[in-house]
Design a protein around this ligand. Structure first.
Ligand code: NDP
Length: 321
């Protein structure tokens, strides 16, 4: 084939991604991940794909000449990377460029939950400060807490680094201990939850972590327990969490992610002592632009240099044609 490679953009992706692909490649767009929206010629021409939403095995199989899936975001649980690997298709993500941003938001969410920042602000705006007096003393505080990080990877470590400055002890759970780290390692999530009162989840989504934070883990966290989740909503059993907040099994929760976004279950909207955010951990103008650039840089590098910049582990071995 001659001329620029055809890249398919499916769904609503960052406008800078679309603009750069349009400049460097032949751009084809569809509103939703449905190959029947494309001509047979375009289906055969597609060599690269970037999508907002699921890229499942069926979608991957629809494109006989697909070489690379450039995921916008570091979390790629919505892409069937194992299936892509089996078909010699590269999958890339956007690590590092969002690490510090996501860590900032995670710490902000923790403080917002503990000190009831949104509720206190509402108190002021509703004119209750003057009318009814000072906002209540927050029952919770970061002082004296111990932190457990579920997913001490790039972002988890950046969260831990920040929390060190807050003078709170830090422990963690991963599948494997991290070398050169002095934080206490717990080989099980339940062991971590028992040892701490504040659980910060920044682990990836997917089958292995599906509903890992369940009723048992919340019970282990205990009545002073606080859960912060900026990883993936699928990692939390939302029904169990709502029940645990309702009956005092744990004290409070801060969530940036949900199992079925943008749907937020009524039980969580109604649960006490929660701060709920619409998946914003990496969503500043600056960081989303950097993610957009890395997403497209992977495509450019693949087709020009014959190598991806940031392949996901499952496809690290995949070679350019
Ligand atoms: P990393 O791959 O660097 O870190 C992931 C960590 O999780 C690793 O330490 C890994 O350790 C651990 N982990 C993975 N699987 C398991 C498991 N089954 N059980 C226990 N621990 C596990 O990723 P990042 O830090 O860059 O990003 C982490 C996640 O954060 C992303 O996958 C994404 O889902 C989420 N995220 C959310 C954002 C938001 O907007 N809310 C923004 C950015 C990221 P080990 O391999 O030893 O198990």
């Amino acid at each position: 084939t001659t001329g620029p490679a055809t890249i398919l953009v499916s769904g609503k992706v960052h406008e800078h991604v679309v603009a750069r692909i349009d400049k460097a490649f032949r751009l084809v767009t569809i509103e939703r991940p449905d190959p029947s929206l494309l001509s047979d010629e375009d289906i055969a021409a597609v060599r690269g794909l970037t999508a907002f939403g699921n890229v499942d095995a069926a979608l991957i199989d629809a494109f006989p000449n697909l070489e690379i899936i450039a995921n916008f975001g570091v979390g790629y649980d919505s892409v069937d990377a194992v299936h892509a690997a089996s078909k010699n298709i590269m999958v890339t993500n956007t690590p590092d460029v969002l690490t510090e941003e996501a860590a900032d938001l995670t710490v902000g969410l923790l403080l917002a939950v503990l000190r009831e920042i949104p509720k206190a602000e509402a108190w002021l705006r509703q004119g209750r400060w003057g009318g009814q007096g000072a906002y209540r003393y927050s029952p919770l505080s970061l002082r004296g807490r111990s932190i457990g990080i579920f997913g001490l990877g790039r972002i988890g470590r950046a969260v831990a680094r920040r929390l060190e400055a807050f003078d709170v002890p830090i422990a963690y759970h991963n599948r494997r201990p991290v070398a050169d780290i002095s934080y206490a390692y717990h080989p099980t999530l339940e062991g971590l939850a028992k040892a701490v009162d504040t659980l910060v989840c920044i682990a990836p989504g997917g089958a292995e972590t599906q509903k890992a934070i369940n009723a048992r883990i919340l019970k282990a966290l205990g009545p002073e327990g606080v859960l912060i989740n900026t990883g993936r909503g699928s990692t939390v059993d939302e029904e169990a969490l709502a029940a645990a907040l309702e009956d005092g099994t744990i004290a409070a929760a801060g969530l940036d992610v949900f199992a079925d976004e943008p749907h937020v279950p009524q039980v969580l909207l109604g649960a006490p002592n929660t701060v709920l955010l619409p998946h914003i951990a990496s969503a500043s103008v600056r960081t989303r632009r950097a993610m957009a650039d890395l997403c497209v840089d992977n495509l450019v590098s693949w087709f020009v240099e014959k190598k991806a910049l940031t392949p996901v582990p499952e496809t690290a071995h995949v070679k350019a044609r």
